[in-house]
Design a protein around this ligand. Structure first.
Ligand SMILES: O=C(O)C1=C[C@@H](OP(=O)(O)O)[C@@H](O)[C@H](O)C1
Ligand SMILES: C=C(OP(=O)(O)O)C(=O)O
Length: 445
């Protein structure tokens, strides 16, 4: 008998028999880990990354940087301790070196890898070939490719402005001013800023076009650049609207401890919300640029109450869940989890401002509509989001379309609805490889 391929395997989502009460240690942030790796690789001296996320997206980033000559060593510090199933104290030591090709980069389906690394490759000496999962060919990349060409890079692609492509690095890049339309992904702006300090003239990125999504992620880029010693001018700091400038200069090697991934805390917090239980997430930062911090407000509006304590963030469900009308453009990656909770609420919801989710891991608006409706729900797509009218749901297969956040959204519904089976729960490995174990651990199994 042949084994069932992972992508067709069905995972029976556990049904909660009562209020969920648990403390869940959530692994490190994907967005912080991948920015930290890039900045450390471009620094003038070695640096440390403590409690980095080890998941498909971050291992692809580390592998790509290694292929270009960067040293990334695994270490376990003497303070190593096992907490809640997670090993803390583990670190990556990043040793920058002259970036070079020839090299091949597998981006998988990681937006951060496919967008943040072409500018790094333009600084390398030699050709760097980029390829990835079939879906990566469909995700927008023109903003980065066209900008790099304006800034002096030579890039061969098939003319679609997408993967696969080869960046013919010349060992340095002129840099300077460039206009891009980043309305399809904030990662275009982050990508150019992250490498900008190493361009001969730095970089000035001017966004022209529709509204920019995911602004907290751009603030995360700016914050982390500043912590690495870069001088960055931003619209917030009294600069021109939609213009960011990075001054050329060396970056410092840092010793950085990665915060837990607050967007990946979402399904666990949702478990408390929908079962009227209490879930604590240790190490929730008091100040952060992570968009997941918005869950405190969003899940409070949906019926929970949140308290930041010495133990971490504590969310307690009230036993009822309310719908909401909300613009999620700043926090788009939270949409699948919010849609799952909204499908279980006592009133309708409208989620707005997230048209760009059609070009994420999958078309998330179509996928959420189809899968929630497949369980008996009543969801319709709007031009820029979803309208969700809660109905009594029933069991069935919840397809995930190789999208980690579809899998975790399905698990949230499964807590409240008996008989939900998640197809390919292993896709959570993109950012949260331990999800099934953390989920059953939360339920005390
Ligand atoms: O820069 C980042 O780390 C991210 C930015 C956002 O991308 P978009 O602006 O393309 O939505 C977000 O959705 C993604 O999960 C991570
Ligand atoms: C959109 C996401 O990922 P990526 O970094 O691949 O864009 C996400 O994690 O929700």
């Amino acid at each position: 008998m042949t084994a069932t391929p992972a992508h067709t395997a069905l995972w029976p989502a556990p049904h909660a028999s009562g209020a969920v009460t648990a403390t869940v240690h959530v692994p490190g942030s994907k967005s912080v880990t991948n920015r930290a790796l890039v900045l450390a690789a471009l620094a003038a001296e070695p640096g440390w990354l403590r409690r980095p996320l080890r998941s498909r997206d971050t291992l692809l980033m580390a592998g790509a940087l290694r292929a270009m000559g960067v040293g990334i060593e695994e270490t376990v510090s003497s303070s190593s301790a096992v907490t809640g199933g997670l090993v803390s104290g583990e670190a990556w030591r990043v040793i920058p070196s002259g970036l070079h090709g020839p090299a091949t980069v597998d981006v998988g389906n990681a937006g951060t890898v496919m967008r943040f690394l072409p500018p790094v490759a333009a600084l390398a000496d030699g050709p760097i070939r980029f390829d990835g999962d079939p879906r990566s060919y469909e995700r927008p990349l023109t903003g980065v490719i066209d900008a790099l060409r304006v800034l002096g890079a030579r890039i061969d692609d098939d003319g679609r402005g997408a993967l696969p492509l080869t960046v013919h690095g010349g060992g340095a890049l002129d840099g300077g001013p460039v206009e891009i339309d980043a309305s399809s992904s904030s990662q275009f702006v982050s990508a150019l800023l992250l490498s900008g300090a190493r361009f001969n003239q730095g970089v000035e990125v001017r966004h022209v076009g529709g509204p920019l999504p995911s602004m907290p992620h751009i603030r995360m880029t700016v914050d982390m650049l500043r912590s690495a010693g870069a001088q960055v001018d931003t619209p917030e700091a009294g600069g021109e609207p939609n213009v960011w400038r990075v001054t050329p200069g060396a970056l410092l090697g840092r010793d950085l401890t990665v915060e837990p991934d607050l967007s990946n805390a979402q399904p666990f917090l949702a478990a408390a919300l929908i079962t009227g239980g209490t879930v604590t997430i240790p190490d929730w930062p008091a100040h952060t640029t992570q968009p997941g911090d918005a869950l405190r407000e969003i899940f409070t509006e949906m019926g929970g109450s949140c308290e930041l304590t010495e133990q971490g963030l504590v969310l307690t469900g009230s036993g009822s869940v309310h719908g909401l009308d909300v613009d999620l453009s700043e926090v788009g990656e939270l949409t699948p989890g919010i849609a799952a909770v909204a499908a279980l609420a006592d009133s309708p919801s409208t989620l707005r401002g997230v048209a760009h989710l059609r070009l994420h891991e999958t078309d998330r608006l179509a996928a959420l509509t189809k899968e929630i409706n497949g369980l008996g729900g009543d969801v319709t797509e709007t031009a820029d989001g979803l309208h969700i009218r809660p109905r009594r749901l029933h069991g069935g297969v919840f397809h995930t379309y190789d999208d980690h956040r579809m899998a975790t959204a399905g698990a949230v519904i499964g807590l409240a609805v008996d008989g939900v089976q998640i197809e390919n729960v292993a896709t959570t490995a993109k950012t949260l490889p331990d999800f099934p174990e953390l989920w059953t651990g939360m339920l005390g199994n």
